[in-house]
Design a binder for this molecule. Structure first.
Ligand code: IPM
Ligand code: MG
Length: 369
C-alpha cells in the first residue's frame, strides 16, 4: 500500500482545532481509497517561541523538507505581538515558504452555490477564481531596514528615523510564476489577469515585459492587465468575470483576502503553496489564527478540510480522494449546515467545528461504503 509522510504544523489560535479536523478527514479518506498516511506533528509559530525561543527550529524545517506534504493551521496571536520582527510567529511561515522554495501560491476563491446568499456582492450567483500569488519574492523578502536621516520636510531639517522595504523581482522569478499562471489558465477558462502597479513601480513594468514575452507561448490565453487599485474595485464589481489572476506576493496577499470575503467567508478558502515538482508542498487555510474565537469550538474547519483536498491532489496525486472530500463538503453545505461565519438564513443549521467535521466524515463514509 502506498504510504505518504505528512508533516502537521497546527500552529496557534484556531490552528490546532482546524488542523485536527483536517487530519481526521485525511485519515478517513485514506481508509476509503486504500493508502496510508504517516503524520508527524511539529511546532511552528508562537507555540515554538514559547517552547524553543524561536518561531521555527531547523528540526521542524528539516522534518517538513523530508515529508511528502505539509499541513499547516495558522500562526500568530496578540501574545507575541510585541517581539522583534525576526522573532515573530509569522516568521515561521515565511521561513517555511522560503526554506521549502514554495514560490507558487494557489488560492482558489470559489463561491459555492448553497452559499450564494453569503456573498456580500449583489446579484453574484457564481464566482470561480484562481489567484496565483508569487510567494518567495518581492517586498516580503526584499532588503529592509531602518536608518537615521535628515528630515527635509520639517522646517529646520531634523534628524529622524526612517524605514524601508524593497520590492525586487528578477526576470527568472517573474517568469516561473507567470508560466504557472498561463498553465493554470490553459486548464481552465483561458483568461489570465495580471495585477500590478505598472503606472508607478519599475518592478511591475518588468512583470509586464515578461508576461508579454510569455504570452506568445500561450496564444489561446486572453491576457489583461489591471493596476492593483483598479483590480480591488473590479473584483468586487464583477467577480464572476475573472478566471486566473497572477500577481506579486504583496498584491496577492491583499487580493486573496478580498476574494475570500466575496465567497462569503475567508473561512472557506484553502491554499496550496508549491515549489518545483517532486518537492513537498504546503497546505493551509487562508484565514489566520483568529485568536478571538480560539478554543471556543466554533471555527470553520472547511478551509482546512479543503486544503487537505488540495494536498491530496497536488502533492500526493490522489485525485479521487481529493474529489471525495470536495464533494462531501458541498453536500454538507447543500444540507444547510453552516458554521457561524457563513450562516445567514433563518433556516441555516449552525454547527461548531467538531460537528461540521463529523458531517463531512459522515458524507465521506456514505460514498466509501
Ligand atoms: C497570508 C498571511 C501571511 C502573509 C502572514 C500571516 C505573514 O496574511 O498567508 O496571507 O502575509 O502571507
Ligand atoms: Mg494574507
Amino acid at each position: 500500500m502506498t504510504k505518504y509522510k505528512i508533516a502537521v504544523v497546527p500552529g496557534d489560535g484556531i490552528g490546532p482545532e482546524v488542523v485536527a479536523s483536517g487530519v481526521e478527514v485525511l485519515k478517513a479518506v485514506a481508509g476509503i481509497c486504500d493508502f496510508e498516511l504517516e503524520f508527524t506533528e511539529l511546532l511552528a509559530g508562537g507555540c515554538s517561541i514559547d517552547k524553543n525561543g524561536v518561531p521555527l527550529t531547523d528540526e521542524t524545517l528539516e522534518a517538513c523538507k523530508n515529508s511528502d506534504a505539509v499541513l499547516l493551521g495558522a500562526v500568530g496571536g496578540p501574545k507575541w505581538d510585541n517581539i522583534p520582527n525576526n522573532l515573530r510567529p509569522e516568521k515561521a511561515l515565511l521561513n517555511l515558504r522560503k526554506g521549502l522554495n514554495l514560490y507558487s501560491n494557489l488560492r482558489p476563491a470559489l463561491l459555492y452555490e448553497p452559499l450564494a446568499d453569503a456573498c456580500p456582492v449583489k446579484n453574484v450567483k457564481s464566482m470561480d477564481i484562481l489567484i496565483v500569488r508569487e510567494l518567495t519574492g518581492g517586498m516580503y523578502f526584499g532588503d529592509r531596514g531602518r536608518f537615521q536621516s535628515e528630515d527635509k520636510l520639517v522646517e529646520g531639517t531634523v534628524k529622524g528615523l526612517s524605514a524601508y522595504d524593497t520590492e525586487c523581482y528578477s526576470t527568472a522569478e517573474i517568469r516561473r510564476i507567470v508560466k504557472e499562471g498561463f498553465r493554470y489558465a490553459m486548464g481552465r477558462n483561458k483568461k489570465l489577469t495580471v495585477v500590478d502597479k505598472a503606472n508607478v513601480l519599475e518592478s511591475s513594468r518588468l512583470w509586464r515585459e515578461v508576461v508579454n514575452e510569455e504570452a506568445s507561448n500561450y496564444p489561446e490565453v486572453a491576457v489583461d492587465f489591471l493596476y492593483i487599485d483598479n483590480a480591488t474595485m473590479q473584483l468586487i464589481s464583477r467577480p464572476q468575470s475573472f478566471d486566473v489572476i497572477v500577481t506579486s506576493n504583496m498584491f496577492g496577499d491583499i487580493l486573496s483576502d478580498e476574494a475570500g470575503e466575496i465567497t462569503g467567508s475567508i473561512g472557506m478558502l484553502p491554499s496550496a503553496s508549491l515549489g518545483v515538482p517532486g518537492t513537498p508542498g504546503m497546505y493551509e487555510p487562508v484565514h489566520g489564527s483568529a485568536p478571538d474565537i480560539a478554543g471556543k469550538g466554533i471555527a470553520n474547519p472547511l478551509a482546512t478540510i479543503l486544503s487537505c483536498a488540495m494536498l491530496l491532489k497536488w502533492s500526493l496525486n490522489e485525485v479521487h480522494a481529493s474529489d471525495l472530500i470536495e464533494n462531501a463538503v458541498l453536500k454538507v453545505l447543500e444540507l444547510g449546515y453552516r458554521s457561524k461565519d457563513i450562516a445567514g438564513k433563518d433556516d441555516d443549521k449552525i454547527v461548531g467545528t467538531n460537528e461540521m467535521t463529523r458531517l463531512v466524515l459522515d458524507e465521506l463514509n456514505k460514498v466509501g461504503k
